[in-house]
Write a protein that binds this ligand. Structure first.
Ligand code: OGA
Ligand code: ZN
Length: 338
């Protein structure tokens, strides 16, 4: 009798190729006590939680089309397979007073679910790729509301409590074409990433890999995204990326990946294996306890605040880098007490 992992419908030919090697994210049954030890500081794949069982039992593209409801949904359109998020509020703003050029790598449109599914069905090579990323609100149809109510709230609420997280801020529903990629970024929330349909590969890097990941400046529309293209890393501009230590896993229906706050993640729907459906659960961070030594994610948060403060006083984003360089160069290389 083949074990669950041997029955997997994918092999390395469904995975994109990168120049890094990754270790495996641990995979544990929901009732294993090590789950809670890992959560908060490390990613883990949780099996058997039944978190979104009411969805994994029934949801596929036809079900979503029939029951999503009459309102429009947010859909991103991209000329290639990468869907690199950007913050439109940072394109033309006080922090970019001269409107320094930025060409969005994808378009955001609103579409009825029928229109989205029709485009998926009629899609051919060379067409723009599509990725629906819609917040689940009361506006979704009654069947989906009922499935949502049927999620395993008892289990996830207990996790929220055990780990002192803040409130659940949103559930995003992702409906993806095979082969789509969400490039490497981090979020400022805790995330239970529940796979409903199809298979996604998730590559994660700890916040302690900051120096290898080269995030865009905080004022940039691509804030929280890595400047490094995982598929074609520019080793001249980003020499430390080759030392980045990442972990990976492929998740399928029923798996829940815990993505800790501030952890970098790159997510790809496997190639040639059909569309994917995911629901995430984003939670606010818990109250900050200041204990030394500080955690790496706390240092990332400090760096973000320093960048924001400098921009606030200098007004011009082009002055932030030079000031930081002047402040540091040649001054902090020695033992500070010598
Ligand atoms: C997330 C996320 C991207 C995806 O849930 O934080 O980045 O493609 N998801 O699923
Ligand atoms: Zn994310």
């Amino acid at each position: 009798m083949a074990s669950a992992s041997e029955r997997k419908p994918w092999d390395s030919s469904n995975l994109r190729k990168y120049c890094l090697n990754f270790e495996e994210i641990p995979r544990l049954p929901f009732d294993d006590p090590r789950v809670d030890e890992l959560i908060s500081s490390n990613p883990v794949i949780i099996e058997g939680s039944n978190l979104v069982k009411s969805a994994t039992d029934k949801w596929n593209l036809e079900y979503i089309e029939r029951h999503m409801g009459v309102t429009t949904n947010t859909v991103y359109l991209s000329r290639n397979h990468k869907f690199k998020y950007f913050d439109d509020k940072k394109i033309q703003s006080r922090t970019n007073p001269r409107g320094v050029e930025f060409s969005p790598p994808m378009r955001k449109v609103e579409m009825k679910v029928e229109e989205f599914m029709k485009k998926l069905r009629e899609w051919k090579r060379g067409d723009e790729r599509l990725y629906m990323q819609q917040s689940l609100t009361a506006a979704v149809g009654p069947n989906i509301v009922q499935d949502f109510v049927g999620f395993n709230w008892k289990w996830i609420n207990a996790k929220q409590k055990t780990h002192c997280w803040g409130k659940l801020t949103s559930n995003l529903l992702y409906v993806s074409m095979e082969g789509n990629v969400t490039p490497c970024h981090y979020d400022e929330q805790e995330n239970f990433f529940a796979q409903v349909y199809g298979y996604k590969r998730c590559i994660l890097f700890s916040p302690d890999q900051f120096q290898c990941m080269y995030p865009y400046p905080v004022h940039h529309p691509h804030d929280r995204q890595s400047m490094v293209d995982l598929e074609r890393p520019d080793h001249t501009r980003f020499p430390r990326f080759k030392d980045a230590k990442g972990v990976e896993a492929v998740i399928g229906p029923g798996d829940v990946l815990y993505i800790p706050i501030y952890w970098w993640h790159h997510i790809e729907s496997l190639m040639r294996l059909g569309p994917t459906i995911t629901i995430n659960f984003w939670y606010k961070a818990g109250p900050t306890t200041i204990e030394y030594p500080l955690k790496d994610h706390q240092k990332v948060s400090i760096m973000r605040n320093i960048e924001k403060m400098l921009l606030e006083v200098l007004q011009d984003p082009r002055e932030v880098g030079p000031l930081l360089r002047n402040m540091v160069l040649g001054r902090f290389d020695e033992n500070p007490l010598a």
